[in-house]
Design a protein around this ligand. Structure first.
Ligand code: FE
Length: 251
């Protein structure tokens, strides 16, 4: 059951959340041969979400449309309270900021010059570990996003990522292979092959995500991600419903 659970139907514009805006994504998903999909808007748009839109899209198209959210993890925020009382199928926990610095935002690249890169990677992966340790997330988003502009640590990245991987394994969450990294300056899937191989050793489940912000980006470079997973040894992909996880063959 090929699925793409990391789709931003509101793109960068935000609400309103309407069937008209989201329908082209569902059509694109079907065109790409997906048999399930999910919208995971950024949590800053949480108040603008209309869960009836997902139900209506399913009714119109027959495509299972899951209700997700991409949560911008902040260690000082009460995410539990923020997320309560809504019928999520899954939640993606992502780290986009170190302190107040939103490192992946266009125009924020200069911040990398102010850090020792080993320290930056360690600080970033510590935040990822803390996100996983909350137990709130079914998916950890783009695990090594900190590489987005191609800044590399001196120490082996696997050593720096190990505490985050251990925390993900303990939490039971899945990792996403996020193909959007191929279209960023780093030009690589998140996370890297080394990290994925370690995730496989730790029995961490995986999914393939596009992080689409436009219909034409749904399921992009999925075949490349699938091939990478096959080479590493993965034979299953996770699927999500009502914050529960199931496994499907990797096809
Ligand atoms: Fe993200």
């Amino acid at each position: 059951m090929p699925a793409d659970y990391h789709i931003h139907g509101l793109a960068h514009q935000g609400p309103p959340h309407t069937v008209e805006r989201l329908l082209p994504y569902v059509e694109a998903a079907r065109g790409a041969g997906l048999t399930a999909m999910g919208f995971a808007e950024h949590d800053r748009y949480l108040e603008g979400l209309d869960f009836n839109v997902f139900t209506e899209l399913e009714r119109l198209t027959g495509m299972p449309v899951r209700a997700g959210l991409e949560v911008d993890f902040r260690p000082d925020k009460d995410h539990q309270e923020q997320l309560a009382g809504r019928p999520w199928d899954y939640l993606i926990g992502s780290v986009h900021a170190v302190g107040d610095w939103e490192f992946d935002r266009p125009g924020q690249e200069a911040g990398f010059e102010t850090w020792d890169l080993d320290e930056l990677y360690a600080t970033y992966f510590d935040l990822v570990a803390r996100a996983a340790a909350t137990g709130l997330f079914q998916i950890i988003g783009h695990l090594d996003l900190i590489k987005i502009y191609g800044h590399r640590p001196r120490r082996p990245v696997l050593e720096l990522a190990e505490p985050a991987l251990q925390a993900v394994a303990r939490s039971g969450a899945a990792l996403e292979l996020n193909t959007a990294g191929l279209f960023k300056p780093v030009g690589e899937i998140y996370p890297s092959r080394d990290i994925l191989a370690r995730a496989f050793e730790l029995n961490i489940p995986v999914i393939i995500s596009s992080d689409a912000h436009a219909p034409g980006e749904v399921a992009r470079e999925r075949e490349q991600a699938r091939e990478l997973l096959r080479q590493i040894g993965y034979t299953c992909l996770a699927t999500f419903s009502s914050r529960g996880m199931a496994m499907d063959p990797l096809i």
